[in-house]
Design a protein around this ligand. Structure first.
Ligand SMILES: NC(=O)c1ccc[n+]([C@@H]2O[C@H](COP(=O)([O-])OP(=O)(O)OC[C@H]3O[C@@H](n4cnc5c(N)ncnc54)[C@H](O)[C@@H]3O)[C@@H](O)[C@H]2O)c1
Ligand SMILES: NC(=O)c1ccc[n+]([C@@H]2O[C@H](COP(=O)([O-])OP(=O)(O)OC[C@H]3O[C@@H](n4cnc5c(N)ncnc54)[C@H](O)[C@@H]3O)[C@@H](O)[C@H]2O)c1
Lengths: 205, 205
């Protein structure tokens, strides 16, 4: 598998690729090794773990950036946070059902600060921005009171959240880069009541 | 509209119709008034509020029973109870969204007994059977821990519940007369994660 040393160098390549000014669409491991003053054989081996380049040409710069980000977990689509650790938020924090879908609930955040009563951590909301950015978390479950939902959602967007499962009974107004899915358990209950009414009608025929 | 006196008499007619031994499919207001020793004009006027009979023949007995039950709210399809007033149960108890669908959450029940912290009542589970039967409640929301769900569901069935919105992550094994709808919020979250993954794929093309 990949070595610990390679893992340490990959973020260097990524930062380099994202920050260097260039019009070139291709970049070679040789160029990277020269600019970063690393052994070219080492760089070539490192990058080979992440992506296959074209002989003589190297890598399509955008593709190499994407591959490095993917490799380093920048697109963490299997992690979620809960925002608003009240009754509903804590019920979801304790619910084991998410694991079966390959989604890990990392932590819940609340304006009332840290506490240790749940199996998974509840942290103060002031820690959210740092954690979301460091861990590249993209998905949030929103369970704050309705009056606070829009403001909280806006700050989640600013922190880099790209998908919100919204339980608050308000329409969220966010930029195009955020997918919002609204959950209303009343529709589930209404559907059940309807099925019961239909079953009763049928039995009366 | 209907008079208070009529409302008082309707349950009498219903009990009479349900308990009297007869092979006749039709029953007239005259027969009812004779057996109950009431003024026949009074009985005819009362029943006219509930259903239109056939001249000379009277009422189809089963239809009159159904009409009286309907009128007296025996088919309460717009009321629900919550069973298990923990984190999730209380979040649902406080949620105002059910009213918009015309469903009233009457109360929550819990093994830990009565308490007055929520806007709507939380009552001890020992009170459930009596309330469900008196108020003819048909719909229950099940939010007890997974190990207890099957037993609690069985006792709900015995109390007359005919539809369960089940949040516990277990398959409920009940008789044919109970409709079960399982809710798994993990599928909602997984759906959102999938939408995000697809949006990312699209933007990489
Ligand atoms: N969609 C549905 O079917 C459904 C069902 C039940 C509840 N809800 C909704 O879910 C939300 C939560 O319900 P609940 O019963 O758990 O409420 P709650 O009051 O028990 O919990 C809300 C939590 O959010 C925290 N909070 C408030 N402002 C915050 C902020 N700015 N940042 C971070 N945390 C903050 C509070 O400290 C509290 O812990 C409500 O909007 C409610 O209407 C929706
Ligand atoms: N479907 C989903 O997406 C989803 C999400 C979250 C939680 N859940 C499930 O919902 C259930 C409740 O979760 P929670 O976090 O609110 O749990 P909780 O432990 O906070 O609440 C459970 C409540 O049920 C009560 N109870 C236990 N046995 C009882 C009995 N025999 N009769 C009446 N009440 C009884 C307890 O006293 C407690 O108040 C659990 O089964 C959980 O797995 C499902």
């Amino acid at each position: 598998g990949i070595s610990g040393q390679t893992i340490k160098r990959l973020p260097l390549y990524l930062t380099y690729l994202k920050t260097r000014k260039t019009d070139e669409t291709y970049v070679s491991s040789t160029t990277i090794s020269e600019d970063l003053r690393l052994n070219p054989v080492l760089v070539r081996k490192d990058l080979a773990c992440v992506m296959t380049g074209k002989p003589k040409v190297g890598f399509l710069r955008e593709d190499l950036i994407a591959a490095l980000e993917e490799y380093l977990g920048y697109n963490r689509l299997d992690s979620a946070i809960i925002v608003g650790a009240g009754k509903l938020g804590r019920a979801l924090l304790d619910y084991p059902g998410f694991d079966a879908y390959g989604i890990e609930v990392i932590a819940a955040f609340d304006i009332s600060g840290d506490d240790r009563t749940s199996a998974r951590p509840v942290l103060g909301i002031d820690k959210l921005d740092d954690i979301v950015k460091r861990m590249h978390i993209k998905i949030a479950i929103l369970t704050v009171p309705a009056p606070n939902a829009q403001d909280v959602a806006k700050s989640l967007e600013a922190s880099g959240i790209e998908a919100i499962l919204n339980f608050a009974p308000v329409h969220l107004s966010l930029g195009e880069s955020v997918i919002v899915k609204n959950v209303n358990l009343a529709t589930e209950l209404a559907g059940l009541a309807k099925s019961l009414a239909e079953a009763k009608e049928k039995s009366n025929e």
